[in-house]
Design a protein around this ligand. Structure first.
Ligand SMILES: [Zn+2]
Length: 417
């Protein structure tokens, strides 16, 4: 690595450095994770003004993303809506809640932010093909960006992956490998065989993924400054770390004064990270058979736990564990009180905030942002929602008005509104 480089890869443990052209995912010296590090003294970005006139989205912040943006593989990802939710705030018991609706990304999840950058990097590295293990959203996103780049793509998913996500990966032409086992087992297969196949791994162990996802932090900072807390669903631990990376870069550049606290939320059947944080331990104890309806965070051995722990400790945040029932209630509340459709894992963020209010761990006066990571249609599970009313009609024989009044629906609607 040359000393005048503006950015490099650096091991989070032994601090060994590698040039940006390094194709590996982990440190050769100690096997730990790598960060993309920008030399902030050499980044010519000291005010928001250079960003302001550009379209919203990941590439609005291109000076802070060290890949060749003239060759970007993009679907105009990022720039997602930040929605103030007053009815949901009352339900949770907080002064103000915003939902950052990542389901509005091109393939319906936050993964697109990371893929636009990481697939651009893959093209730069002239890789033969791309591969990932995934609970579903990563597969859907990678398949789409690989199609856009004209790269062959293999996705390895557990057999119980959500239907909408599997369908997306198939539609975009990925080779689909179903593993009779968990996500963690799928990831192990990818780690052990990607090199032999000669394909580039695009799981979040790849630091370029987080380099795109950090723009979520940039957008929050640009829209809200720093006076709020952020609740993030945690599975493989990459997103919370990425958001925090973005926020700390802006603080170090002098673009924001304060950074928010970061709160990680996990489901009780898949909570190795939250347990470690709550018990103030420094080592993660993996779970063999993680269980939760929130399939996107059904992960027993999160790859990025060290980076996520750093985010929570540096921001003076915390972790919280919620039950599947609490996730379902939150998902229904978001859908019915605000008209926002999010998948179960996304709703964990709101469930986590509610739980912390109930336990007196955060003040009702707080302003919070819940990161809702994926769209409702990703996981069309009819067991999750009880219909308010489901009426079947024989045309010409039954009158709708009659059926509605039989169920007392019209009367009910007038009294509740
Ligand atoms: Zn190292």
């Amino acid at each position: 690595m040359k000393k005048d480089d503006k950015a490099w890869l650096q091991c989070i443990n032994c601090q060994a450095v590698y040039p940006l052209s390094y194709r590996g995912y982990i440190c050769r010296e100690c096997g730990d994770l790598l960060d993309v590090v920008l030399d902030l003294d050499r980044v010519d970005t000291r005010s928001w003004s250079i960003f302001k006139d550009r379209p919203k989205g990941v590439w609005r912040y291109r000076e802070l993303i060290p890949v060749d943006s003239s060759k970007k593989v993009t679907l105009n990802e990022g720039g997602t809506p930040l929605i103030e939710c007053s009815r949901l705030s009352k339900w949770v018991g907080l002064k103000k809640i915003y939902i950052k609706f990542e389901g509005a990304n091109p393939t319906g999840s936050f993964k697109d932010r990371g893929m636009t950058v990481a697939v651009t990097k893959a093209v730069e590295l002239k890789v033969k093909g791309v591969i990932c293990a995934s609970t579903g959203n990563t597969a859907a996103s990678l398949a789409a960006y690989a199609a856009r780049a004209g790269l062959p793509c293999i996705t390895v998913i557990p057999q119980d992956a959500a239907l909408g996500k599997v369908f997306q990966a198939l539609a975009h032409g990925a080779v689909l490998v179903k593993v009779r086992g968990s996500f963690d087992q799928a990831l192990r297969i990818v780690f052990s065989e990607a090199e032999e196949i000669g394909y580039y791994i695009l799981n979040s162990v790849n630091a370029w993924r987080l380099e795109g996802q950090k723009t979520l932090g940039y957008e929050l900072a640009e829209e809200l400054g720093g006076e709020y807390s952020v609740f993030v669903p945690v599975g493989n631990c990459g997103n919370i770390a990425a958001i925090w990376k973005g926020l700390t870069e802006l603080k170090n550049l002098g673009l924001i004064e304060n950074t928010p606290k970061m709160f990680g939320v996990q489901a009780e059947g898949a909570a190795p990270f939250a347990k470690m944080v709550r018990e103030n331990r420094d080592i993660l104890d993996p779970i063999k058979d993680p269980q939760t309806i929130a399939s996107a965070i059904r992960i027993g051995k999160p790859v990025n736990w060290k980076k996520a722990l750093r985010a929570i400790r540096e921001s003076r945040g915390d972790a919280v564990i919620v039950s599947d029932m609490e996730i379902r209630e939150a998902q229904a509340a978001i859908a019915r009180l605000e008209g926002l459709g999010v998948e179960p894992a996304s709703a964990a963020s709101v469930a986590g905030a509610k739980k912390m209010v109930e336990e007196g761990r955060i003040s009702p006066d707080e302003v919070i942002v819940c990161i809702c990571t994926g769209h409702l249609l990703k996981d069309p599970n009819p067991e999750l929602f009880k219909p308010k009313a489901l009426i079947e009609i024989e045309p010409g024989k039954q009158k709708l008005t009659h059926e509605l009044s039989k169920l007392n629906i019209l009367q009910l609607e007038t009294t509740t509104h």
